[in-house]
Write a protein that binds this ligand. Structure first.
Ligand code: DX5
Ligand code: ZN
Length: 217
């Protein structure tokens, strides 16, 4: 299966974002973690920075919104230049309407599940989505340890996607590294977010290539 590696700029130097995007040239997407200090206990960046970053790099932006009221904000990230927008189902008032709005505005629509949120209640929503994100840490911070107990959920979600004959992507985010990526791929993930495992290395672009090769093994 073709694997995509999305470096998370949460682990990059926020004062040098354009250079940090360049440092992972060859990555499939740039993962942009938007946090509002309400949905998660951390604060990062918002629409104006996404707008500037989308002008500064050719790598498409994968915006992960860890915010309250995504129904109101997500469309603005599409307008700011994001190619993919992920909202959390725990925060969305009307996930189907929101996914349709993101798609209608021209971006890929994606929905995220925190570790304690099961996939089963959302099975019927899958056709409305281009990607599903399974969090493999509690959202809020980079550099946390991968939660192995999420592997069965990844496996069950991949089965649901196949059973429905869907082409959607299955993303994992949190603690993905050379030590854990093969387990995620084996369970059925095909899009891998990696923050500290990429930006913590000497040659981030080479690390992206190495992780991709490992996931496709
Ligand atoms: C965590 C963020 C992740 C984070 C991953 O809430 O959603 O994208 O950057 O960082 P690592 O790969 O270091 O776990
Ligand atoms: Zn993320």
């Amino acid at each position: 299966m073709a694997a995509q590696i999305n470096p998370s700029i949460l682990s990059a130097d926020f004062a040098r974002l354009a250079d940090e995007a360049e440092a992972v040239k060859g990555a499939d997407w740039l993962h942009v973690d938007v946090m509002d200090n309400h949905f998660v206990p951390n604060l990062t960046l918002g629409v104006p920075i996404v707008e500037s970053l989308s002008r500064a790099t050719d790598t498409p932006l994968d915006c992960h919104l860890m915010i309250e009221d995504p129904d109101r904000w997500a469309p603005q990230y599409v307008e700011a230049g994001a190619g993919s927008v992920t909202f959390h189902v725990e925060a969305a008032a009307a996930p189907v309407r929101l996914a349709r709005e993101i798609r209608a505005k021209g971006a890929r629509a994606s929905m995220a599940l925190k570790p304690a949120t099961p996939i089963e209640p959302y099975e019927d929503l899958l056709p409305e989505l281009d990607m599903l994100l399974i969090m493999t840490v509690e959202p809020g911070f980079g550099g946390q340890a991968f939660l192995d107990i999420m592997l069965p959920k990844i496996r069950r979600t991949r089965e649901l996607i196949s059973r429905h004959g869907l082409q959607m992507w299955l993303q994992v985010d949190g603690g993905v590294s050379a030590e854990t990526i093969e387990r995620c791929a084996e369970a059925g993930a095909d899009v891998f977010v990696a923050g500290s495992a990429v930006y913590g290395t000497e040659d981030p672009a080479a690390t992206v290539r190495a992780l991709r090769a490992q996931a496709e093994r």
